[in-house]
Design a binder for this molecule. Structure first.
Ligand code: PAF
Length: 286
């Protein structure tokens, strides 16, 4: 870090040279990949990386290949100055902010597909999304070559996909899951919360209410996934501005649908609130 904040690097080759020098000095590197519009959820990952490593690298890149046609790539919030300020205040050493051509050079034709884990949930409703995520995360890991990389569990499926890719491809990095971070009112932190009107923000709290309901009913002994999904859907649908993309109850390790609550179970939601698609989840162990 410099006096005026983290060093900003946009070239992959320069970034590789920077972190190679750190590794030569036996400094451990913690990496937080982001698409920018940094919020307290991101910063909780940065703080954790700060405590567990000698140096912290944050990447900021709105990755076009993980957005489908008609999704919000163009509208995705971008605020470089605010992001850099937040990184400076948390002692980030390097910010990697490449351009599209840096990450996808002319003629690029290599992608990564993580199978099976991407057949359900967001993989079903956003075809191609996880190919874009896995491909860009592998590129970022090869560029930064960190010891540890930090992923929030709000994007639970993304975390599992990245963890499996790292295992399957023998990538020498530890993937560290970080607990989902909620705002004071309970809404899961997301850069997309910026799109919500004041009214929609209140409506969006129904996602957390549905997940709380799920936990409560499981504690009471309700073990039928169909019943629980129906009750969650009913709660969400009672708010007129919402439209359900999916309400799912799946095995928390394989993401396969469950009919009975047993073992580690993930309840996951994707819901449109107005024009904004929000996701949230919770894991229970029975
Ligand atoms: O979670 C995100 O912000 C993105 O999916 C990631 C991991 C930075 C890849 O573009």
């Amino acid at each position: 870090m410099t006096d005026s904040g983290p060093r900003l690097v946009s070239s992959p080759a320069e970034m590789q040279a920077e972190t190679a020098a750190m590794r030569l000095q036996a400094r451990t590197i913690g990496f937080v990949p982001t698409m920018g519009a940094l919020h307290d959820g991101h910063m909780s990952l940065v703080r954790r990386a700060r405590t567990e490593n000698d140096a912290v690298v944050v990447s900021i890149f709105v990755n076009p290949t993980q957005f489908g046609p008609g999704e919000d790539f163009d509208a995705y919030p971008r605020d470089r100055a605010a992001d850099l300020e937040k990184c400076a205040s948390e002692g980030v050493d390097l910010v990697f902010a490449p351009g599209g051509g840096d990450m996808y050079p002319e003629g690029h034709c290599t992608t990564v597909d993580v199978l099976r884990l991407t057949d359900n949930l967001c993989g079903l409703s956003r075809p191609g999304h996880f190919r874009g995520v896995a491909t860009v995360v592998l590129k970022l890991l090869n560029i930064v070559q960190p010891h540890r990389a930090y992923f929030g569990e709000k994007d639970y499926q993304q975390f599992l996909v990245v963890k499996r890719m790292v295992r399957d491809l023998f990538i020498p990095v530890e993937i560290v899951p970080c607990e989902l971070f909620r705002d004071r009112d309970g809404l899961a932190m997301s850069s997309r919360n910026n799109y919500l009107s004041a009214e929609e923000r209140v409506d969006a709290l129904v996602l957390k209410e549905a997940l709380d309901h799920f936990r409560r009913r499981v504690e009471e002994g309700e073990l039928s996934a169909v019943t629980l999904m129906g009750e969650m859907a009913e709660l969400i649908e009672s708010v007129p501005s919402t439209q359900i993309d999916y309400v799912a109850i799946v095995d928390a390790d394989t993401l396969e649908d469950l009919s009975t609550i047993k073992g580690r179970v993930l309840a996951a939601l994707a819901v449109m609130v107005g024009d904004t698609r929000l996701i949230d989840n919770t894991v229970v162990e029975v």
